[in-house]
Ligand binder design. Structure first.
Ligand code: SF4
Ligand code: SF4
Length: 128
């Protein structure tokens, strides 16, 4: 089963992605590539592309709603890790639903997490 996020990417093209500057400071253990961020205020950075319209994070690869993935998945900011796809863990996600609606995509349902092949668990999300 292809993870639903890999056919989506809507949340990466809808929300401002802001986080503490230390997440992009390698000396403090931060892993977010600093060159992909912009200073938002004295305490926070934002992923480039998420503060302008239309929103699209600079790290997002592919086409929203077709095939999409985060180009810095292992290094993505904490706020990205907190966005859960609806029904992956048995409940709806307001952020996921809002982003998908904004892009004209149907909301995820519990059925989206059923593996018709029955051979295993879904792969890890690559976008959200
Ligand atoms: S969390 Fe939801 S909106 Fe974000 S990529 Fe996954 S399915 Fe799309
Ligand atoms: S998950 Fe990746 S592509 Fe999506 S907003 Fe975060 S950094 Fe950008």
């Amino acid at each position: 089963m292809l993870h639903p996020c890999l056919r989506c990417g809507a949340c990466c093209a809808h929300f401002r992605v802001a986080f503490h500057w230390s997440e992009a400071e390698s000396l403090l253990g931060g892993a977010v590539p600093a060159e992909l961020t912009a200073k938002r205020d004295p305490h926070r950075l934002a992923m480039r592309g998420t503060e302008s319209k239309p929103v699209r994070c600079v790290a997002l690869q592919g086409e929203v709603g077709v095939q999409a993935r985060c180009g810095i998945y292992a290094q993505r900011p904490s706020v990205c890790r907190e966005v859960a796809p609806s029904w992956e863990s048995g409940e709806a996600s307001a952020q996921c639903d809002k982003a998908r609606l904004a892009h004209g995509l149907p909301l995820l349902t519990p059925q989206d997490w059923i593996d018709p092949s029955g051979v295993g668990a879904p792969p890890l999300p690559q976008s959200a």
